[in-house]
Design a protein around this ligand. Structure first.
Ligand code: B1M
Length: 233
């Protein structure tokens, strides 16, 4: 028999459903998050809105309580797992745009850092915008980036860092590109919650990207510029 207090997600209006999804993400309830995502999509929500308003919105609350010592690593891992369940449903929908291929990006989270949700989101949005993406995963040492650049020959190198202790490693990678004389062969884009524009400039990146949508727009602008330069050279 159904519990009287059981919440039927499909019976909630959009606002209550999103609020409930925030709670479910907080509680790490992957199946409920997947169900919520499917309901919003069926109701005609754009995949990007589901991603940003329901999932990223919920993760922001988790992040605040993690910072304030209310949530701990095990709970946050469960929330991250639930978020990934929702993202997996959205991924093919974001890629279904039929956009022409505009460029190629190699992306990875830097050495010492295992946060990958933001990077995965950037990868998804870039693929959706027509970029080919080679995702190196987490905890990448400079050698891993160099090997991938050589093997894949991308237009863009993307790096993600979520910790103040790992973000300086981006400079190690950029300095290595300079030492090898190949810095200008790539557009270097960086992102992650603790970064800002000033940091991006200071380490010699081409741009800091606040979020996945900005990453897509920035990538498009830089690739178009690169192609125009190629045409006039
Ligand atoms: Co971690 N963690 N965590 N964590 N974690 C943060 C980052 C933290 C801010 C939490 C807090 O205290 N408020 C804090 C860092 C503090 C600091 O450095 N100043 C922190 C800490 C301390 C830690 C540990 C050290 C905790 C511990 O063990 N005691 C540990 C470190 C492990 C390690 O990496 N070595 C740790 C572990 C974890 C989990 C494993 C539990 C889990 C990660 C799971 C996973 O990723 N698979 C986790 C999580 C989930 C978080 C928070 C809560 C959420 C991060 C997230 O996914 N956000 C985070 C709090 C926060 O950020 N407010 C926190 C959602 C995501 C969509 O946003 O990643 O910012 P974000 O990505 C955005 C943009 O930044 C941008 O676009 C994305 C989409 O819009 N972007 C890019 C990101 N990368 C880009 C690359 C680009 C372009 C744009 O390239 C072109």
């Amino acid at each position: 028999m159904a519990d009287d207090d059981e919440i039927i997600l499909s019976e909630l209006d959009d606002e209550d459903l999103v609020a409930q999804m925030f709670d479910d993400l907080y509680d790490g309830l992957k199946e409920e998050i997947e169900e919520g995502v499917n309901i919003l999509i069926e109701r005609g929500w754009a995949p990007y809105d589901v991603l940003t308003k329901a999932l990223v919105g919920g993760m922001t609350i988790v992040g605040n309580d993690f910072r304030d010592g209310i949530l701990f690593v095990p709970e946050v891992l469960l929330a991250a797992n639930a978020m990934k369940g929702g993202m997996a449903i959205l991924k093919p929908l974001l890629i279904e745009t039929g956009a022409p291929r505009v460029g190629k990006m190699v992306i990875g989270t830097v050495k010492g850092d295992i946060h990958d949700i933001g990077k995965n989101l950037v990868s998804m949005m870039m693929e959706g915008a027509g970029f080919e993406v080679v995702d190196l995963g987490i905890n990448n040492a400079v050698e891993s980036y160099m090997e991938a650049l050589e093997a894949e020959g991308p237009d863009i190198l993307g790096m993600s860092a979520l910790l103040t202790t790992t973000m300086p490693y981006m400079k190690v990678v950029i300095d290595t590109l300079k030492e090898k004389g190949i810095r200008d062969d790539y557009i270097v884009l960086v992102g992650g919650a603790p970064l800002n524009e000033e940091f991006g400039k200071a380490i010699g990146a081409d741009a800091y990207c606040r979020d996945a949508a900005v990453a897509v727009e920035t990538a498009k602008t830089f690739v178009a510029r690169k192609h125009n330069q190629g045409a006039t050279a």
